[in-house]
Design a protein around this ligand. Structure first.
Ligand SMILES: Cc1cc2nc3c(=O)[nH]c(=O)nc-3n(C[C@H](O)[C@H](O)[C@H](O)COP(=O)(O)OP(=O)(O)OC[C@H]3O[C@@H](n4cnc5c(N)ncnc54)[C@H](O)[C@@H]3O)c2cc1C
Length: 313
């Protein structure tokens, strides 16, 4: 096979969008693909080391890559599956025998649905704390991404406030982040509003409604970090059946083929809206499940099961 990888962004665009300088929580051997070793300077790889690694794998495996090419839809034609794509030069079509959708979720941030959310100082992906030095910044959300961003912003000299709709930080917050956050809040170094709903974002502040009533929190930058969802509209356009409640595509569990013959899914999109169920560690064997020989498929299933057991998923 001579697969062609198209990506709406650069190669491994989701990792490109990680916060600059971020360190993976996964140890390097569990990020490896195709038997290629991932070497990194510290115990865990950084965003930059992972990008270098994945482009190295694409190079040595001689994989054809078309970056900045977004799949819009695909329909079966006489010569195979005809894919309509958007490129910087305009629309184009690509024909293939098999189409594998590994579209993840990172392109589609959950929205607050409040006025002002599209203002230019509002970012739904956390980029780099340094950019906020000396500024008032409001982070919205209470899970790992939001907590980590608030801590980094504080350490980079921003006046950070974290706003969360829950009454307490969720159990899923990493065990080393929680005490750090709680101690910073106790010391008055990071502002916090729990049980608070954002009602609007303006050019100068974030309006919240909480137990103490309404408040306007000064904000020159705003980061709503409230999760992501898969592109179900794309599945719908292609005709892939999925569960309306969970967003999980209907698939053959052994081959990952969808309800549309010749169209497969891989990676986190297989879990629908449960985006934390499949991550790099356990999604990286989906290629073997789809295209591998019988022993390779069996091995992929075993490794997947052992990781699910180890992570308690
Ligand atoms: C900050 C952060 C830290 C993380 N740390 C870890 C970690 O330490 N360990 C771990 O295992 N996981 C980690 N994850 C989760 C991990 O990134 C995802 O589980 C993983 O990237 C999912 O892989 P995927 O191939 O399914 O999708 P993605 O990696 O999201 O790839 C999807 C790709 O599809 C492209 N795309 C989307 N729609 C289209 C379209 N219509 N046409 C063409 N291309 C399209 C996107 O541009 C993207 O490049 C982290 C996630 C985040 C956000």
């Amino acid at each position: 096979m001579e697969p062609l990888v198209i990506d709406a962004g650069a190669l491994a665009h989701s990792i490109v969008r990680y916060p600059i300088g971020m360190t993976f929580f996964t140890t390097p051997e569990r990020l490896e693909i195709g038997g290629h070793p991932l070497i990194c300077a510290g115990a865990k790889a950084t965003r930059e080391e992972a990008l270098k690694y994945y482009r190295g794998v694409a190079r040595v495996e001689d994989i054809r890559v078309r970056p900045y090419t977004r799949l819009v839809t695909a329909q079966r034609g006489s010569g195979g599956l005809v894919c309509e794509v958007d490129t910087p030069q305009g629309t184009d079509t690509l024909t293939c025998d098999k189409l594998l959708l590994a579209t993840g979720y990172f392109d589609h941030p959950n929205r607050l649905g409040v006025p002002g959310e599209e203002l230019p100082h509002v970012r739904h992906h956390f980029d780099e704390a340094h950019r906020s030095y000396g500024m008032d910044v409001v982070v919205i959300g209470g899970k790992n991404s939001a907590v980590e961003a608030a801590l980094q912003l504080f350490r980079a000299g921003a006046r950070a406030t974290i706003v969360y709709r829950g009454a307490r930080w969720p159990e899923s917050v990493k065990y080393w982040l929680r005490p750090d956050l709680e101690n910073r809040i106790k010391a008055g170094e990071i502002g916090a509003r729990l049980s608070a709903q954002v009602t609007a974002i303006t050019a100068t502040d974030v309006r919240v409604q909480g137990p103490g009533g309404a408040a306007a929190l000064p904000a020159q930058r705003v980061y709503p970090l409230i999760g992501f969802h898969p592109d179900l509209a794309l599945l719908r356009r292609i005709g892939v059946a999925f569960d309306a409640e969970t967003g999980r595509p209907q698939i053959d569990a052994d081959t990952l083929e969808t309800s549309v013959p010749g169209v497969f899914v891989a990676g986190s999109v297989t879990a629908g809206n449960r985006i934390s169920e499949i991550f790099i560690e356990n999604g990286r064997f989906d290629g073997e499940k789809i295209f591998g020989t019988a022993p390779e498929r069996a091995k992929a299933r075993d490794v997947y099961a052992s990781i699910q057991r180890a992570t308690g998923e």
